[in-house]
Design a protein around this ligand. Structure first.
Ligand code: 13P
Ligand code: SF4
Length: 365
């Protein structure tokens, strides 16, 4: 054990190969005390070290079931928070780079959501009429808000089941922070678009009239993912003009117009499954993050499949990209040296409420 934690500065100039060797060695030394979870958007240099990979739902289940003392989450901040909330108290969740956030999650915060709830209460019996539902891409205090109002969390792979759970209980939902996941799932459930309204959090009463709020079944927070916003319906038209046989598959964070033109809509895990299980010699246009699409192409090219990224400009999730081999080597070697760096810890009170909303989701999905 060293007296003080090893500083990140000592790692910044190491090359990837050296980090790779040190990560492998540190994992061996930790001897099962640590698991590494890797989201599908992680770059290869990091992803190769993951003991488990998956979408947000799969990884949150993995975190809940893990026996390891340390859960190193190669993903973004809200994912490590979920790992902390769902794991046992003596387990420790670690995020290799604390700056790895999610710009969509940042589009909703507790103050604004509470203000929205209070404003809705001026026109509705809000506690009996509205279930708050937060996409897992949100801070722990918003999950706690849902827990304290008999609400729930959803992910991109269970949103329909979770919305059904909500509508069995109350007539309306307040869905945050991603309007697109809410709208695309609502449409799949045959909810008419005119029964979905967008809550503009920068305007009083969300920019909506009393009548609009009363008639709405889904109140959608005006948040979005900047990575998935880059995909446009014209990209599909242009690509299909060249290759008409193309199958299109999109993540539900892509906008309504893109999802409407897609043959399939799915979470990151489902996108991988559908394309990998498809007939050989097929062509795919995929609307999700670049690292996943590139890896999928590599995995499928021997079957004659061609997997293409939808947007003409290459957009990757810059916050997912923050986790690099240098940070991973740094957190693991510190664990070997007896130091926990970059622990993500949610307060007990917040964690208990957020867990209610997460448990509701895990039971319902
Ligand atoms: P998944 O749950 O589909 O992996 O999505 C998480 C995410 O952040 C997509 O942008
Ligand atoms: Fe957040 Fe978008 Fe990155 Fe997913 S791709 S982690 S929603 S910023």
């Amino acid at each position: 054990m060293t007296d003080t934690a090893l500083p990140i500065q000592d790692y910044a100039l190491l090359d990837d190969e050296e980090c790779n060797a040190r990560i492998i060695k540190a994992k061996e030394q930790l001897n099962g005390e640590c698991i590494i979870l890797g989201h599908h958007y992680q770059r290869n240099e990091v992803f190769q070290h993951a003991d488990f990979s998956g979408d947000s739902l799969k990884l949150s289940r993995q975190a809940a079931q893990s026996q390891a003392k340390y859960i190193v989450f190669c993903g973004v901040h809200f994912m490590a928070e979920v790992a902390d909330i769902l794991s046992r108290p003596e387990q420790i969740a670690i995020l290799p780079d604390m700056a790895a956030g999610c710009s969509m999650a940042d589009m909703a915060n507790k103050v604004k959501v509470q203000q929205c709830w209070d404003e809705l209460a001026t026109v509705l019996d809000v506690e009996n009429a509205v279930t708050p539902i937060t996409y897992i891409n949100s801070a722990a205090d918003l999950k706690a808000f849902c827990g304290s109002h008999e609400g729930i969390v959803c992910t991109s792979s269970n949103a329909e089941k979770i919305l059904n759970w909500c509508f069995e209980r109350r007539e309306k939902v307040l869905f945050f922070p991603d309007q697109h996941l809410g709208r695309n799932t609502g449409v799949q459930m045959d909810i008419p678009l005119q029964h979905m309204v967008t809550w503009d959090f920068s305007k009083p009463m969300g920019g909506l009239s009393v009548e609009q709020i009363k008639q709405a079944k889904m109140i959608l927070w005006k948040g979005h993912c900047s990575v998935h916003q880059a995909f446009r319906p014209e990209h599909i038209d242009e690509f299909k003009a060249k290759y008409p046989e193309t199958k299109v598959i999109s993540h539900p964070e892509a906008c309504f117009e893109v999802c409407q033109k897609s043959d399939y809509i799915g979470s990151t895990e489902n996108i991988l499954k559908i394309v990998k299980e498809a007939e050989p010699d097929t062509r795919w246009l995929v609307a999700t993050e670049l690292n996943l699409v590139n890896r999928l192409h590599e995995a499928c090219k021997d079957q004659g499949k061609n997997v293409h990224f939808m947007a003409p400009t290459l957009s990757m999730c810059s916050t997912m990209f923050r986790t690099d081999p240098q940070h991973l080597a740094w957190v693991l070697e510190n664990l070997v040296a007896g130091h926990v760096v970059n622990q993500v810890s949610v307060s007990q009170e917040e964690s208990a409420l957020a867990k209610q909303a997460l448990d509701n989701m895990l039971q319902a999905s």
